[in-house]
Ligand binder design. Structure first.
Ligand SMILES: NC(=O)C1=CN([C@@H]2O[C@H](COP(=O)(O)OP(=O)(O)OC[C@H]3O[C@@H](n4cnc5c(N)ncnc54)[C@H](O)[C@@H]3O)[C@@H](O)[C@H]2O)C=CC1
Ligand SMILES: O=C(O)CCC(=O)C(=O)O
Length: 430
């Protein structure tokens, strides 16, 4: 029986009130624990507990109604001891400084786990692209690059796509940077269209990485992927391609969702139809009359659950009701620390975000390498190299969990933080 089931109603309520939904704070908690497991002194935590640089910018854009609107944006650079910082840019109305900071720290961990020569960075702009025209989006994208151009660059900090940003936005950003710097600079940003120096396989990279993690986790749990029931929350870049890959692997995708709701059918969903009909923001459930909520979807019967949308979705409130035996975090921060503990106690194999979603930044690294050498790889080469990185990363984290007798999240942090801590030590910073 799960630990939380043993508590009375009042104790449960108290525990839920105490639960930390603050992603930044909970990231600090696990980094501290990981560093202490590795025997690093307190100074190393003091250095790594905050990003080394956080820039807030104001971006004026003339909107279609002729008025000027001022947008707020951020770029956080966590630690550059290993190399330039790297990470996506998010366009979302709920972007905030703390979230961007936490996201940049997770990027450091992802790069550490995948052994990429980068530290972590992340950016965000408070805006809602669903309510903006193409012209307005271009204005915000170019304005952001003008505002952050002093602190980014192919050898300093390399942006990429994240929630509600895509290859078109990366193309505008690259063009703006090239104009400011007066040379063609494809290595300034990754996730570009292939004709502008983008890499084959970047668009599907996050989902490919998640797929490989699902396969590895299924092997560990003795679950056959063929016929396994899969629920995916989110149907955007990560979730929709994942649904396709799971479907192609013979699994039955029984539930998917978007920001407006979810659909579930225990006989399996028609993934090709859903992919064909979704819009560019990953919305598809508006085509259906009978929908359920995102909350209900997470508790549905399935073997494998993949949160691929937003943060804080699996909490103390629902962790005890999750039916899946494997949870693979495609999204950043979908499970709270308290919920992680419950899933782990219940014997559910949780593949944490900093491992599961590292496929995106790994192929971004491949894109940057190709840009730097001016020689481009085939889709097959990218796919083979990606598989190698993700399988190795999964094995490193799984073995660390076993060796240190800790859950997969702490194990991933132990692997992820080590290179950055060592590089900072060798540089004489701590
Ligand atoms: N795109 C990438 O390369 C990477 C993405 N990620 C993470 O994966 C997650 C999804 O990212 P993308 O697929 O790129 O974004 P996206 O913008 O392409 O799609 C987001 C999806 O989530 C849904 N959604 C939005 N708000 C929601 C809510 N409150 N409840 C339920 N669903 C909601 C949207 O309707 C859409 O289906 C994010 O956490 C992102 O940080 C992680 C690594 C790389
Ligand atoms: O592709 C990249 O460089 C970063 C992707 C990203 O933002 C993420 O993994 O959260």
């Amino acid at each position: 029986m799960a630990a939380i089931d043993l508590l009375n109603d009042q104790q449960q309520k108290h525990l839920q009130e105490e639960e930390s939904l603050d992603l930044f704070k909970s990231t600090q908690v696990v980094i501290k624990e990981a560093l202490s497991n590795l025997g690093y002194p307190g100074e190393t935590f003091e250095l790594l507990k905050e990003p080394m640089r956080m820039l807030t910018v104001r971006i004026p854009v003339r909107m279609d109604d002729g008025k000027i609107k001022i947008f707020t944006g951020y770029r956080s650079q966590h630690n550059d001891a290993v190399g330039p910082t790297k990470g996506g840019v998010r366009f979302h109305p709920e972007v905030n400084e703390k979230e961007v900071k936490a996201l940049s720290m997770w990027m450091s961990l992802k790069c550490g786990i995948a052994d990429l020569p980068y530290g972590g960075g992340k950016g965000g702009i408070i805006c809602d692209p669903r309510e903006m025209s193409f012209r307005e989006l271009e204005g915000v994208s170019r304005g952001y690059v003008r505002a952050i151009s002093q602190v980014v660059g192919p050898t300093k900090d390399i942006p990429a796509p994240d929630v509600f940003t895509n290859s078109q936005i990366m193309a505008w950003m690259m063009d703006e940077y090239s104009r400011i710097r007066e040379f063609d600079s494809p290595g300034f940003i990754t996730g570009k269209p292939v004709v502008l120096g983008g890499s084959h396989g970047r668009e599907t990279a996050t989902a490919s990485g998640v797929t490989i993690c699902v396969e590895e986790a299924a092997k560990k749990k003795g679950i056959q992927l063929e016929g396994a029931h899969v629920v995916i929350q989110g149907f955007g870049n990560a979730g929709s391609f994942l649904a396709k890959f799971m479907h192609d692997a013979g699994a039955k995708v029984v539930g998917i969702s978007d920001a407006h709701g979810a659909i579930y059918n225990s006989n399996g969903l028609d993934i090709d139809y859903l992919l064909d009909r979704r819009d560019s923001f990953g919305t598809v459930t508006n085509l259906f009359e009978r929908t359920i909520t995102n909350k209900e979807l997470l508790e549905k019967d399935c073997d494998i659950l993949v949160p691929a949308a937003v943060s804080n979705q699996i909490t103390l409130e629902n962790a005890k009701n999750i039916k899946a035996s494997i949870v693979v975090e495609a999204a950043n921060g979908p499970t709270t620390l308290e919920a992680t503990k419950i899933l782990s106690k219940r014997g559910i194999l949780l593949v944490p975000d900093v491992l599961a979603s590292s496929g995106g930044v790994t192929v971004s690294y491949f894109e940057w390498v190709q840009n730097n050498q001016g020689y481009y790889w085939t889709e097959e080469e990218v796919s083979t190299k990606l598989r190698q990185v993700i399988v190795d990363s999964f094995e490193k984290v799984y073995s660390a969990a076993d060796k240190h007798q800790v859950d997969m999240r702490l194990a991933a942090y132990i692997i992820g933080v080590r290179k950055m801590a060592e590089a900072s030590r060798f540089r004489g910073w701590v």
